[in-house]
Design a protein around this ligand. Structure first.
Ligand SMILES: Cc1cc2nc3c(=O)[nH]c(=O)nc-3n(C[C@H](O)[C@H](O)[C@H](O)COP(=O)(O)OP(=O)(O)OC[C@H]3O[C@@H](n4cnc5c(N)ncnc54)[C@H](O)[C@@H]3O)c2cc1C
Ligand code: FES
Ligand code: FES
Length: 1333
């Protein structure tokens, strides 16, 4: 504690006193004079501030210790409800949905900096004096939308809308920081914003369209709304005069929170004094706190003393001394500052290329909001503390030859090498110095990471040496080789550096010699989350090889030169073309209208479950989950949790009422198993992450702390069964989902066929990765419970809450307004959160809410099923299928959910006719979470599998795969294995349009030349057709359309859920069309169980069509009801007609239940109609590292007569990009011992980012293709296009085959999805002995 005293003097006798304790704070206090006894009041201004003041959207706020020291700006914005548009998901800096713009007074001697930051990592108490702008501060639909908001909305850049405020704020921040940003700058700076729905193309198009052409544009983009005057204000330079300025109070901050003391140093001396005073305590120097995003140990709550160093002016020094040719960088400079420096100084000292290389490398570090705040010194400190951290900044500082200065006095100056092992306890890194590059210096940096951007490297390296080009590229200085990602001890290839010094790089023996030395000093460690040893070793060697090739430039042999380019660096701006027909005569039907909710999504006004206001007396809940996968619970000890202030209760299976059941299975399941799914385990643990108990507390943070404090012991621990192969070996089968099927004479035909092939193929799990995690709010009411929940199936929520509480279903009301992403993950998987909140609300009789963390969400809840097939196939010389025998395994996890294996026979044929089939389906039990439907649940693996077979057939016959595929296409009138007769079969039409528009053959022949000319880069394409059956089996939805008197406005209620698919917009268009009124007259209500009882889930792509069908029925009834009145009127206005009908007691609402088909016997038609599509994907591969990019994708999709082409194109793009993740980058990893899913967050799991999408993305909706079986001739679009995305996988496989040929290997090789860069590179048989120059 600080012991500095405050003195006050008595107003009567003037004696000076030590102020009473409270007089050390700000405020008015009273005291009695010790000398004369006079009682007096005095005003105290403490030497240090004990609260902070900043502004949000122009309004000042002051906060103190009522928030705890670990609180973030995001916690504050959401808990205070100042900005519910600012969302939260990962709390790791990995998704960008929390981005706000901050004008920060960091360096007291410098000018304020305005930039986008991740509010989830920004500690609340660093914001003193800052001006924060959130999405609400830019504009609103109630006043005026900001240009960025309206542009994103207008370009169709939102689907579920959960990511939209983050995108808006990222763009706003960028324009504040770089008003003259180019399209390239924009595309480069959205790497930290994830979107699971759109496929990014419309977002990027929207943002790039905003590139300012004039100063007025810049002003427009900088403008925000003044919260005081309500007028647009806040141009970058001025203000509206509404009094939005912050008052400034430059006193230092000292605050005490529980066990943590928070201080802000005002200068270096202050900092050193604080460090000395805190000697022996756990001290956290606070740069920007972004390190907490990755290393949980760095969280503020783990320290005794936090010292914010961001106000120390000496740490912002940024100089270049031309005399000594030395640069000095203060340790508080951010990574963005470093990039700007590399940009500006490069020109001055004439080493443009090397500085440019470093700047490009920095672009690949984290994301722009992280770089805006994260300091280079904080990054180096993370490397110092956690040697395994593959720091890119450490590589940069090493290659610069930086000297690092460490205080307090006596200061020491160390090299990066020495810093690596320096004990930094009680010390501060103050600056780095380095000298200019010499004229012959060459620098190259490489970062090899699991996707194109925003993740940590598998392996990274920075290389530097000076060469004399005139003497065979003689290395004239000791090279620097810094390589990360290898092991805790390795970071500098000193032996290789030594070897290369004074060698000629142009000599072929040099590179081979250097590679041998490097291989001998590389000793990668194995470990969870790390790629294989052989991969990291060959990649490290490949990076050295790339560096040497880069030095040699055009003197290297032609076929090797392209190895030097980094695909990411040469990626051009992405673009897209969307082509469709629209018939204006039919508008608003068929009109490419923007989504009804798009505007409120972009302004942050769209409300999601966790945005609901706090209810009086509300409690929060968090699950206690198992840390074993195959065991029995021995004991659950809740004592420590209950001791935490604010923990109210811990519920276990014993708390389920006598008259209720510990079972949250949904009401309708196509599974033929009857095992209950327990809300809380009653003893048996089936997977790591299983729900064991629930902690109920006064806040979400306390509930989570309480959950962590519950101690569970286990016995009977067994090795978990984690894969389908494990399950086959362990014989853990569920009941067969369907009897085996035989059509024709498959065994005979295959045996007699001219050609046979057999093999197996597996597809893996995929997270839904909805960014709104599962949430629920449950309020006890006079007759039961009201719930708002993140569900695609309100009836299931009603059902399972009723089951676990014993309250009858009719007394439980469920409401859903919209979901922040779902993709199937909220059909049954919200049952846990809802049932837990329901039970807790019943027991405590208080409202209970829960928002699961990203980790809890993805460890506890299942994902896309893994699958495997074993197959035999017979075919003729032309490639025509004669017989197929497939055994299909589906890994259900620990329990059966929908068990989609039953849909296998209807999907495995894809677009191909075959007269002889043998099919067998197995459902496997494993010690993983119960898996569940994920967008296109069974068709996706089936298409992947049959396409694998078709590609293999073509290869075996040395034929073009597209030709073999077309040869086997269904023809009009042919029967599928499930007995559907295909009428209006558009497969051939779709494919021939694609083959022509994508110029498939011409491009293929160009790749032949490219691949011959380039040993280390390969290009190829693959074409995948898709037939997709749309089924309404067992579906049932209620629709109600009501016309309101006076203004004739129309409200529609329905039993489906708006999950981003554009359902509400299509329904509004259809209703407006049917009634002949403008779409603006139609409002769609939130989904409510009280109205849509017994409805089935939203899913399977058909729901929009079914609801439109119901709405049409309702409209027809209403038109008939109104007809007699209308006939009496002369050409009435709609509003007058509605009013007149009202006066004449005409029933102005209509309700309709749309029921799907109910097959009663095997062979009954289950598909309503089929849709068709095809995609051609071109990829380019960097053989040496396994990195790839998608150059171009062409898709032709048969959407019938689209109800809304803009919405449908959005679905096609979004589904395809989600499928790219499934095929390529998204991999789920388990710990084989405990069964823990190891990558349940944004660090370990890698959905596509905006540079993982096709560079050139062309979508065409098939023209003149009305669907006679679809509502208003349309077809669905939500899932089918996802199935074509495996074309990227097959294109990559072709590239690998080319690389293997160069390596001397021909013939088949095993290659299974996802095609991670590691798998791709290993399959290419990269061997350093072939690294020639
Ligand atoms: C989403 C995300 C992505 C990232 N991606 C990458 C990546 O691709 N490559 C990469 O290299 N890094 C990456 N990082 C790491 C990032 O660069 C660092 O988190 C950041 O630079 C740390 O700076 P900071 O100011 O926030 O440090 P803080 O988090 O404030 O501090 C980190 C540690 O350094 C100590 N410290 C801070 N300043 C000093 C000082 N001056 N003297 C002594 N100790 C100090 C702190 O006590 C703490 O222990 C990523 C981080 C995030 C969150
Ligand atoms: S919530 Fe902040 S980046 Fe994900
Ligand atoms: S619209 Fe981007 S996540 Fe849904």
């Amino acid at each position: 504690m600080d012991h500095k005293e405050t003195f006050i003097s008595c107003p009567v006798c003037k004696t000076s006193h030590v102020a009473p304790l409270n007089g050390r704070n700000d405020g008015v206090f009273a005291s009695t004079c010790e000398h004369c006894g006079h009682f007096f009041k005095f005003r105290s201004v403490a030497p240090y501030k004990s609260s902070i003041t900043f502004s949000v959207n122009g309004k000042q706020v002051t906060v103190g210790t009522e928030y705890d020291s670990s609180s973030t700006l995001n916690d504050f914005l959401r808990q205070s409800r100042i900005s519910m548009g600012t969302k939260v998901f990962c709390k790791q800096g990995g998704c960008g949905i929390c981005i706000v713009v901050a004008k920060m007074t960091l360096n007291p001697n410098g000018t304020p900096v305005t930039a986008n930051i991740n509010s989830c990592l920004c500690p609340l108490f660093v914001c003193d004096g800052w001006e924060i702008t959130t999405v609400e501060g830019l504009g609103s639909t109630k006043t005026q939308m900001h240009k960025i908001q309206s542009t994103l909305s207008g370009f169709g850049g939102t689907q579920c809308g959960y990511c939209s405020p983050g995108h808006v704020m990222n763009m706003y921040g960028l324009m504040q920081q770089y008003p003259n940003a180019t399209k390239q700058d924009i595309e480069d700076n959205f790497e930290g914003n994830l979107c699971r729905c759109t496929g990014y193309r419309p977002i990027l198009d929207a943002m790039k369209s905003l590139v300012p052409a004039t100063t007025t544009d810049i002003e427009d983009l900088s403008r925000k709304l003044c919260q005081t005057t309500g007028k647009p204000c806040g141009s970058r330079t001025g203000s509206c005069g509404g009094g939005c300025q912050n008052h400034s109070d430059s006193r230092s901050i000292k605050m005490v929170f529980g066990d943590t003391r928070w201080q802000k140093a005002a200068n270096l001396a202050d900092l050193y004094q604080m460090l000395s005073a805190a000697s022996g305590q756990k001290v956290r120097l606070l740069g920007a706190n972004t390190g907490t995003g990755y290393f949980e140990n760095e969280a503020i709550k783990n320290f005794d003393v936090v010292i914010d160093i961001s106000g120390v002016p000496e740490l912002y020094v940024n100089t270049h001394d031309s005399q000594t040719k030395t640069f000095t960088l203060g340790s508080c400079l951010s990574l963005t500052n470093l990039m700007d420096l590399f940009k500006s100084e490069a020109a001055k000292v004439g080493a443009t290329q090397n500085f440019d290389e470093l700047k490009k490398y920095l672009y690949r570090v984290a994301s722009s909001p992280i770089r805006n705040r994260g300091t280079w010194s904080g990054n180096l400190m993370l490397k110092n503390k956690y040697h395994s951290f593959p720091s890119d900044v450490f590589n940069i500082m090493t290659v610069l030859g930086a000297s690092l200065t460490i205080g307090p006095t006596p200061q020491s100056v160390v090299t990066c090498e020495a810093f690596y092992n320096t004990d930094m306890t009680g010390k501060c890194l103050t600056k780095a110095t380095f000298t200019e590059f010499g004229p012959n210096d060459v620098v190259a940096c490489f970062k090899v990471m699991p996707r194109s951007q925003n993740c940590l490297a598998h392996v990274n390296g920075a290389f530097r040496c000076a060469v004399d080009k005139t003497h065979g590229y003689l290395v004239t200085s000791q090279p620097i080789i810094s390589i990360g990602g290898i092991s805790n001890t390795f970071h500098r290839a000193t032996a290789t550096e030594q070897y290369l010094y004074r060698k000629q790089l142009s000599s072929p023996s040099t590179i081979q010699g250097a590679l041998n030395v490097l291989a001998s000093e590389l000793n990668p460690t194995a470990g969870s989350g790390l790629t294989s040893i052989s991969y990291r070793k060959t990649v490290a060697c490949a990076l050295l090889y790339k560096f040497v090739l880069r030095v040699l430039g055009n003197t290297a042999s032609y076929q090797y030169r392209s190895a030097t380019t980094v695909l990411h660096d040469i990626r051009p701006l992405s673009s897209g073309v969307q082509s469709y027909d629209t018939n204006k005569q039919e508008w608003p039907l068929n009109e490419p209208l923007k989504k009804l909710e798009a505007d409120i999504q972009c302004t942050g006004e769209a409300e999601y479950t966790d945005d609901l206001p706090a209810y009086p007396g509300q409690l929060h809940a968090a699950f206690v989950t198992s840390t074993q996968a195959n065991a029995t619970v021995q004991s659950i000890d809740t004592a420590d949790a209950l001791k935490i202030p604010g923990v109210v209760k811990v519920l276990t299976s014993f708390d389920i009422p006598q008259d209720a059941e510990n079972d949250i299975q949904p009401p309708l399941s196509i599974s033929n198993e009857t095992e209950p799914e327990e809300l809380f385990s009653s003893g048996k643990v089936m997977y790591y992450g299983q729900s064991l108990a629930l902690v109920v507390a006064e806040s979400q943070a306390i509930a989570e702390e309480g959950a962590a404090a519950v101690k569970v012991t286990y016995n009977n621990i067994k090795t978990p069964v984690l894969t389908i192969d494990d399950a086959i070996a362990a014989n853990t089968y569920f009941k067969k989902p369907l009897p085996d099927i035989t059509i024709g004479h498959p065994d005979q035909v295959i045996a007699g066929a001219a050609h046979q092939l057999s093999g197996s193929f597996s597809t893996e799990e995929q997270l839904h990765f909805h960014m709104e995690t599962q949430a629920s709010v449950c309020i006890p009411t006079e007759d039961g419970l009201d719930l708002v929940s993140t569900t695609q199936w309100p009836d299931s929520i009603q059902h399972c809450v009723s089951r676990v509480t014993g309250i009858q279903k009719s007394a439980i009301n469920v409401t859903v307004r919209r979901l922040g992403g779902a993709y199937g993950g909220k059909i049954t998987r919200n049952n846990f959160a809802a049932a837990a909140c329901g039970l807790a609300a019943k027991i405590t009789n208080r409202p209970v809410r829960m928002r699961q963390t990203i980790q809890s969400n993805y460890i506890m809840l299942g994902r896309r099923y893994p699958h495997k097939i074993n197959y035999r196939v017979g075919f003729d010389d032309s490639g025509k299928l004669l017989g197929v025998d497939v055994k299909f395994y589906e890994g259900l996890g620990c329990l059966p959910d929908e068990k989609s294996a039953a849909m296998f026979p209807g999907s495995i044929d894809n677009a191909y006719y075959c007269p002889n089939w043998k099919m067998s389906m197995e459902a496997m039990r494993m010690n993983t979470a119960m898996h569940t439907s994920t967008r296109a649940p069974v068709t996706t693996p089936c298409v992947f599998m049959i396409e694998h077979i078709m590609e293999r057939i073509a290869r075996s016959l040395n034929k073009d795969p597209a030709t073999v595929k077309q040869l086997n296409f269904y023809r009009e009138g042919q029967y599928t294995p499930v007995g559907s007769v295909l009428t209006h079969c558009n497969m051939s039409a779709v494919m021939s349009e694609l083959m022509t528009s994508a110029q498939v053959q011409t491009r293929q022949s160009l790749f032949t030349f490219f691949n011959k000319d380039n040993r280390w880069k390969k290009k190829s394409l693959a074409v995948v057709p898709v037939k997709f059956g749309l089924s309404t089996v067992y579906s049932m939805y209620t629709v109600n359309v009501a016309i309101h008197s006076k203004d004739g406005s129309v409200s529609v209620s329905h039993g489906a859920v708006e999950i981003g698919q554009g359902l509400n917009t299509k329904v509004a268009q259809v209703v407006a069309y049917e009634l002949g009124i403008p779409v603006t007259k139609v409002t769609i209500k939130a989904t409510q169980s009280v109205f849509s009882d017994n409805n089935t889930p939203t899913g399977g792509s058909v729901t929009s069509g079914e609801i439109c069908k119901g709405a049409i029925n309702c409209c027809q009834v209403l038109i008939n009801n109104m007809k007699p009145v209308k006939d009496k009127m002369v050409d009435p206005k709609w509003e007058d007609l509605a009013e007149k009908c009202y006066q004449e007691n005409v029933v102005l609402n209509s309700r309709f239940n749309v029921a799907g088909v109910h097959p009663t016997k095997p062979g009954d038609e289950i598909y309503h109609y089929y849709s068709y599509g095809a995609a051609c994907t071109e990829v380019e591969l960097d053989v040496l590292t396994g990195e790839y990019q998608i150059n171009r994708v062409d898709i032709v999709y048969d959407c019938g007569e689209s109800l809304n082409p803009a919405v449908d194109i959005g679905q096609v793009e979004g589904a395809f990009v989600m499928g790219l993740g499934y095929s390529l980058t998204e991999e789920v990893a388990y710990d084989p011992q405990t069964g823990r899913m190891m990558n349940n967050d944004t660090w370990g799991y890698h959905p596509p980012t905006n540079k993982d999408i096709p560079i050139d993305f062309r979508i065409s909706l098939l023209k003149n293709a009305p669907n006679p079986s679809g509502v208003l001739r349309s077809k669905a679009s939500g899932e089918p296009p996802l199935n074509a995305s495996c074309s990227a996988f097959f294109a990559l496989r072709n590239c690998i085959e080319e690389a293997r040929k160069d390596a001397g290997q021909t013939g088949e090789f095993d290659f299974q999805p996802p095609a991670t860069i590691e798998k791709v590179q290993l399959a290419c048989l990269v061997d350093p002995s072939q690294f020639s120059i």
